[in-house]
Design a protein around this ligand. Structure first.
Ligand code: 3NM
Length: 215
């Protein structure tokens, strides 16, 4: 059975952010999980698959402890090796088909989309959700071009999949993105680089609950 995913508070990892902050990566991930993160993506660039697997195994133990699903960015072999719930892949039909073939129908496969055409292609290809961005300017992914909320709303209206916003989202932006009809927000620096990770995650969780209740 495919696991039910709550995309609302989606943490994407980047050890560069915790290193810069002088904090322990695993402690930061655990603090975020404890505060209420609902989904984690292991996104560690600049390492070999073996190194990613070693990091991923530790993150998987933390996610399991908090009963939170784990996806792996762009590395199907790593996702398989650590028993992750799925992968997040870039734009390419072949990689989506290959991910499905290698990980099976129960795996969660997310695809990055930057416009309606890419979103439609991912829907046709059998993606489970889409990551759409960058919604706001971001320092974390230097080559991400800023899409803005207008095209984001259009994609949400046209595509019958859960849509997650990404790029430059923090406490202030979170409610704006959710009000567009997003299933969730994927965030790196506003969580792993926060002065107080617990307070930041809890504030967004409260904002989400308030929106759900229509306050
Ligand atoms: N993908 P932060 S933007 C990983 O637009 C990533 O597809 C993006 O980091 C896209 O929350 C981005 O620190 C960086 O802005 C997200």
């Amino acid at each position: 059975m495919k696991r039910t995913i709550d995309y609302s508070l989606y943490l994407v990892t980047d050890r560069k952010v915790t290193d810069k902050k002088g904090r322990d990566f695993y402690e930061a991930v655990e603090e975020a999980l404890q505060a209420g993160i609902t989904l984690v993506q292991l996104r560690e660039k600049d390492v070999t698959t073996e190194e990613r697997i070693a990091i991923g195994r530790k993150v998987k133990i933390l996610c399991d402890h908090y009963d939170v699903p784990l996806l792996v960015d762009d590395d199907i072999a790593c996702a398989k090796a650590i028993g992750a719930d799925g992968v997040h892949l870039g734009q390419s039909d072949e990689s989506l088909a290959r991910g499905r073939q290698e990980l099976g129908n129960d795996a969660i496969i997310g695809i990055s989309a930057h416009n309606l055409e890419e979103a439609q292609a991912a829907l046709r290809g059998g993606a489970d959700y889409l990551g759409v961005g960058a919604l706001y300017p971001t320092e974390t992914k230097k080559d991400a071009s800023c899409l803005g909320l207008g095209p984001f709303r259009e994609i949400i209206a046209a595509i019958s999949l859960p849509i997650v916003g990404i790029g430059g989202i923090g406490k202030k932006e979170f409610p704006e993105v959710m009000k567009c009809g997003a299933a969730g927000c994927a965030m790196i620096s506003s969580i792993l680089g926060a002065e107080d990770i617990t307070a930041t995650v809890k504030a967004m969780k409260m904002a989400y609950e308030a929106l759900r209740k229509g306050e």
